[in-house]
Design a protein around this ligand. Structure first.
Ligand code: FAD
Length: 329
């Protein structure tokens, strides 16, 4: 099976799950990485080091900014002439539109958020969660090439082999597009919850510590400082429930759940979060869930592998101290 892997990046910063896609591609056969952009030689090198057997590179000044039209036209033109069977991508906002547009050009199909792949004779069965993770859908796609976007952290990232290299094919860009990027502005600090291996999240409970003698918002600020410190000690990211976001304790970029991010870290620590279904759908695929809550009846304990019934303002500092000692920090 001829397998391609699209290396997704924003101005040279690679979406790490692109490497997970390369790792999956290697389990089928040899794999070709696709690198589009302007001045992308370091990405070509990285693609080989993460396992690509060949790289098709399209390096053009007009591809310096990601835009759906030229990227999709370039991808579909390449796929028409080289006829791959399978094009793997990480699932991101960019790849959702890119793969959809290219698939329309090629009259083919797209599957996003794929979490498992199984080869059954000459068929490949793709699994992806639907209905907020309540049902796992198994799909076989008969069209070629199949565009398959993988959910981050669902497949292992291959080890990097420094200095590994291989053949590079330079291809032409299709840059006839109706839009140009006029500029970017950032609205809030970027939070990459999707790729975090550890997430420590806070809920409404972070605002509840009468002993501090502070108002609700100031208490929540102290609570999130503790959560941030625990996340930092563990090399993780800070998440939040919608109640914490709606109350203005933390920005939306941190929200986990149905209307926030869907995450699957190795470790998810929920602090002062009750475990409403809309929160659970965003984090229940985490490999290890630890819940800290004052209420022993909180539904989060039904999902947690480990539960601590107690006040997060006591438990989190104790965890920070214990992890610092254990990790020699
Ligand atoms: C359409 C829709 C979409 C939604 N999308 C999302 C979403 O994406 N993400 C999301 O999270 N929610 C979402 N919600 C909201 C969801 O229903 C809940 O309201 C929300 O998750 C509750 O957040 P919480 O657990 O922080 O707050 P609460 O339910 O109020 O729970 C707070 C918890 O903190 C505990 N606590 C209090 N003080 C302490 C303390 N000092 N130490 C330890 N524990 C303490 C309490 O016992 C309680 O269990 C959505 C709702 C709707 C209707």
């Amino acid at each position: 099976m001829k397998t391609w892997v699209y290396i997704d990046h924003f101005k040279g910063e690679v979406q790490p799950s692109s490497w997970e896609a390369l790792g999956l591609g290697k389990t089928f056969d040899s794999v070709t990485a696709l690198v589009f952009g302007s001045g992308v030689e370091t990405l070509v090198k990285a693609a080989f080091e993460y396992g690509a057997d060949e790289v098709i590179v399209v390096d053009h000044p007009e591809l310096g900014d990601y835009r759906a039209e030229p990227y999709a036209s370039t991808l579909s033109a390449l796929a028409s002439s080289h006829t791959p069977d399978l094009i793997l991508l990480p699932t991101t906002a960019r790849t959702r539109e890119l793969s959809a547009m290219a698939a329309v050009d090629l009259n083919s199909g797209v599957l996003t958020d794929v979490t498992a792949v199984e080869v059954n004779g000459d068929q490949i069965v793709f699994t992806r969660p639907i209905y907020e993770g309540k049902v796992l859908e198994k799909t076989i796609c008969t069209a070629r090439p199949i565009f398959v976007a993988l959910r981050a952290r669902s497949f292992p990232k291959p080890p990097r082999q420094e200095g590994r290299s291989g053949p590079v094919i330079r291809a032409e860009a299709k840059v006839d597009a109706q839009s140009i990027i006029a500029g970017y502005s950032t609205t809030e600090a970027s939070v990459n919850l999707g790729d975090a291996s550890v997430i420590v999240s806070g809920g409404r409970g972070v605002s509840n510590n009468p002993a501090l003698g502070l108002d609700e918002k100031a208490t929540a600020q102290k609570g999130f400082e503790l959560i941030g410190e625990l996340a930092a000690v563990l090399g993780g990211a800070v998440g939040a429930s919608r109640a914490a976001v709606d109350a203005g304790y933390i920005s939306y970029a941190h929200q986990v759940g149905q209307t926030g991010k869907v995450v699957s870290p190795d470790l998810y620590i929920a602090c002062g979060i009750s475990g409403a279904i809309q929160h659970l759908v965003g984090m229940r695929n985490s490999k290890l869930i630890v819940a800290i809550n004052k209420d022993p009846e909180a539904p989060i304990f039904q999902q947690a592998h480990y539960g601590v019934v107690g006040d997060l303002f006591q438990i989190v500092p104790a965890l920070i101290a214990a992890f610092k000692k254990r990790l020699g920090k």
